[in-house]
Design a protein around this ligand. Sequence first.
Ligand SMILES: Nc1ncnc2c1ncn2[C@@H]1O[C@H](COP(=O)(O)OP(=O)(O)OP(=O)(O)O)[C@@H](O)[C@H]1O
Length: 604
Amino acid sequence: MHLLDQEQFTKQLLYYLAGFAGGIPVFVLRDYARETLSLRWRSWMTSYYMDRYLKDRTFYKIQSQSIIDNPDQRIVDDLSSFTGTALAFSLTLFNAAVDLISFSNILYGIYPPLFVVLLVYSLGGTALSVVLGKDLVTLNFMQEKKEADFRYGLVRVRENAESIAFYGGEGNELQLLVERFQRAFENLTKLLIASRNLEFFTNGYRYLIQILPAAVVAPMYFSGKIEFGVINQSVSAFNHILSDFSLIVYQFQAISAFSAVIERLGEFDDILDGHNFVDNSKLNDTKGIMIICRSKPNQACLQSNGSIAVDISQHLLEIQNLTLETPRKSDILIKDLSLAINDQDHLLVMGPSGSGKTSLLRSLAGLWTTGSGNVIFYGEDSAHSHQLVSSEASSHDPTTTLETNEPEKLKNTRSEDIFFLPQRPYMVLGTLRQQLLYPTWTDDSFSEASSSRDLLYLPQVPTFKHQKPSDDDLIRMLELVHLGGVLPRFNGLDSIHEWSSVLSLGEQQRLAFARLLLAKPKLVLLDESTSALDEANEAHLYRLIESVGITYVSVGHRRTLYNYHNQVLRISKFDPSKSNERNWHLKSIDKVTADEPKKISPSS
Ligand SMILES: Nc1ncnc2c1ncn2[C@@H]1O[C@H](COP(=O)(O)OP(=O)(O)OP(=O)(O)O)[C@@H](O)[C@H]1O
């Protein structure tokens, strides 16, 4: 025995210090590498999920069919915890496997039955903890949802701050928010109780077994079969193996939270892959509205029925026997509509509120496909000729579409020859330049300069035939739509503001027209796009778009709009008792104004 061996002590001290100096960088760098890997994985997954979320109008279908809650939270929080936890668990599993191999030998060498008892004990404990904690997965799932609902409530207050302030609706908002928080709070209380109950079991499981190795091995020491140090060795090996075998028991709460995250992401993934959407056309037993893009024929040719020779070389849009129904409930809005729109043949759609004017535009845009009939867009460029069918209608046999001599490709992208201006001008988050370029071009100065570019899954952005406008073009366009004053007010094109709050509705509508004039499509569908403008500005904008050769279909109520259109489509509310009658009629503007008492001229 070495008593008072200072030399050996110093040597051991130095070993310890050397181990310390070597170990610290290894541990720190291991954690750093794990975090970096998790971040890279998250970056890739986030951009991959966002790409699929925005593709094929999935975001619209999710919202309009209310299929899953809070897709935003799934992209932000769930993906982050999935990547972080998945990596952490993989490392924990790896460590446990290495640990198990190292210590199993030791314990098995000391006393094999102890190893077997430990194995049985931990398997039993794992099974019991799964039974006791089965509610935790559901509770964690609900907790994620309720927290996200509460946060979304707060975001809505921020987005609608002005309307709420005008209404003086703070009291109601507070009550609604408190209710949402309360739901999250109640669920969290249940979650805490379930965790507490599980903790009773986990702690009992952890400490009850502690006396076993000493109790079993100590008699062997007393009978002189083993040395005293072996008792400690067996207790230590026993505890290592216990925690390796008991990973599920000890980490049950983290595992149940992870399962909830996987469940939420799995659900989202199915939706993004196109499963679970309601196929309204199948529900309603109708064919669905087909949207077809074709290249324009060079000369007059026969129409598909082959009977009458019609010059369709000037056609931009043709609607054939369109019967439009609302989604799900399938109330008929428009019955058997057929019309054609030629170049510079501007159509005004009128009718009482709720008759289906906006819905007609929705069907032309492919957002609503419930009903039957065909919508054919004629484009200039055969390279852009394709059959555009929304995903609901795409389940139909493509051979049932119109006969055509041209090859038609199934594709689900919007033709750049058509532009839609929705009823509510939409302002994107970003600079004034981005507002103007939207949606035709992207301002990629940020992503090109960004150092994280390589980490992201970059979706392919379609290229457009028009060249991207220069800053001078953008400034000229702002002046053209009478928005020149906005530039000095907000310090140029690079300024970032909450544009939907800092610009008046009329200014936003003018900005939307600037986008339209920059994109110069062949055809634009305008849904009450000048409703917030004075008559002089309205007349100015209509003349501008006509002068650059854009043909337009407008929805509106004002009679001043007669001045800028050639024909009027008047839709009346569909009467189910006259289900075979059409609820629309088309008149030339001269006939309409002759029937009306007085044509109203703009004050300009
Ligand atoms: N998502 C939907 N599901 C079912 N019905 C809908 C949906 N959206 C709108 N509707 C209904 O369809 C009908 C037509 O709506 P639409 O917005 O086309 O009317 P509109 O003629 O444009 O009215 P307004 O002039 O008031 O804007 C309305 O009765 C409306 O309630």
